[in-house]
Write a protein that binds this ligand. Structure first.
Ligand code: SF4
Length: 306
C-alpha cells in the first residue's frame, strides 16, 4: 500500500499515525498463559469497545478510544527480526495483548497481514488473540508460518507454529452485545473456530474475563465449555474481571454504568467481591480457576495451550 492510501485510510477511520522505536515488546514473565516471548500491537486503541477492557484505566496503556496506527511498524519489525535471526534468537510473537489485531480498519489497511508476512519471512511462530472472524482472511499465511516457523527450544513439543485464541466473556448473544457492542457476534466467532479447526490449526479459547454473576458460575462455565467441546477446540483457559480507574472511559466506571443499566441487582454483589480493589478477592479468583479446571477435565479439554 502506498503512503497516500495509508494516510487516507487512517483519516477515514479516525486514526492518528505515530512512528515507534520498537514494535516488539519482550514479555517480562517467563511464558505466561499466552506463551508469547514478545507482544506486538499494530494499533493503539480498539474499535470493539468492550466495556470491561483492562486497557482503559490500567497502567498498561492509555485508552481504547485513542486510535493510532504504528506507521513505521513494517520497517521496524523487519529490522528487529533480522537482528534476532542473525544471533539465533527465536520466540513466539503474540499479536493482540493490548488491542485486537483484526479491528475494523484492518479490513482495508492489511497492516496485521503485512506484519504476519514479515514474521513468516524470518520464520517466527505467532499467537493471535482475537474476537474477529476476519482472522480467516489470513489462513493462507498461517499455513506458510506453520510450515516455515521455528519454535523456541523450550516449547518445541508444541508442534504448531500458529496458535489462534478466540476471546469470549459469554456465549449469550444478548449479553455479548451489551458488554462487547462492536465486536463480531458469538455465532461468527464460533463459525470461525470451526473453520480453523477444519484446517487443523491449533485453536483455543480465552474466557477472559468471565463476568461476575453473569457468566462465572460452575453451571455457566459448564454450558460454555460443553459448546467448545462440541466444536473440538484444543484448549480453554480463563480468568476473572479486573476493574481500573475512576475516569469516564476507565473500565471500572464503564463496567458499573453498564451493569447498573442492565443488571442492577449485580452491582452490589460485584462491589462486594472487589472491595474497592482492582482485582476481585482471592477466594473468588481461586474458585473461577478451580471451576475452569474441573469443567475442562470433565470434557477432556486442556486448560492451557501446552
Ligand atoms: S477486543 Fe480486546 S482489546 Fe479490544 S476492547 Fe475488547 S478486550 Fe479490549
Amino acid at each position: 500500500m502506498n503512503n497516500f492510501n495509508f494516510h487516507e485510510l487512517a483519516k477515514k477511520h479516525g486514526f492518528k499515525e505515530k512512528n515507534v522505536k520498537t514494535i516488539l515488546n519482550k514479555s517480562k514473565k517467563n511464558r505466561g498463559v499466552f506463551l508469547g516471548d514478545y507482544s506486538l500491537n499494530p494499533y493503539l486503541g480498539c474499535s470493539f469497545d468492550c466495556k470491561y477492557c483492562y486497557i482503559n484505566g490500567s497502567k498498561y496503556a492509555g485508552s481504547t478510544k485513542s486510535f493510532y496506527i504504528k506507521f513505521n511498524a513494517l520497517n521496524i519489525l523487519k529490522n528487529q527480526l533480522k537482528r534476532k535471526s542473525k544471533i539465533g534468537e527465536r520466540g513466539i510473537i503474540l499479536f493482540g495483548s493490548a488491542t485486537d489485531p483484526y479491528i475494523d480498519i484492518e479490513k482495508e489497511l492489511f497492516l496485521t497481514r503485512d506484519l504476519l508476512k514479515i514474521a513468516n519471512r524470518f520464520r517466527f511462530p505467532i499467537h493471535l488473540v482475537t474476537k474477529s472472524d476476519l482472522v480467516l482472511r489470513d489462513i493462507d499465511l498461517f499455513k506458510k508460518i506453520n510450515k516455515n516457523g521455528l519454535l523456541p527450544k523450550d516449547i518445541e513439543k508444541l508442534d504448531s507454529k500458529v496458535i489462534i485464541t478466540f476471546s469470549f466473556s459469554t456465549l449469550d448473544e444478548k449479553v455479548a452485545k451489551i458488554f462487547e457492542p462492536n465486536a463480531p457476534n458469538i455465532n461468527r466467532r464460533l463459525k470461525a473456530i470451526k473453520k480453523l479447526k477444519d484446517e487443523e490449526f491449533l485453536v483455543g479459547v480465552s474466557l477472559m474475563p468471565l463476568l461476575p454473576f453473569i457468566s462465572d458460575s460452575y453451571e455457566s462455565i459448564d454450558k460454555i465449555i460443553s459448546i467448545f467441546s462440541d466444536i473440538e477446540v484444543d484448549y480453554v483457559f480463563g480468568g476473572s474481571l479486573t476493574l481500573f480507574g475512576e475516569r469516564d472511559n476507565d473500565s471500572k466506571t464503564k463496567y458499573y454504568k453498564i451493569l447498573n443499566e442492565n443488571f442492577p441487582k449485580f452491582v452490589e454483589p460485584t462491589k462486594n467481591i472487589f472491595k474497592e480493589k482492582e482485582y476481585p478477592n482471592i477466594s473468588y479468583q481461586n474458585n473461577i480457576y478451580k471451576n475452569l479446571e474441573n469443567v475442562c477435565r470433565k470434557y477432556n479439554i486442556k486448560n492451557s495451550i501446552i
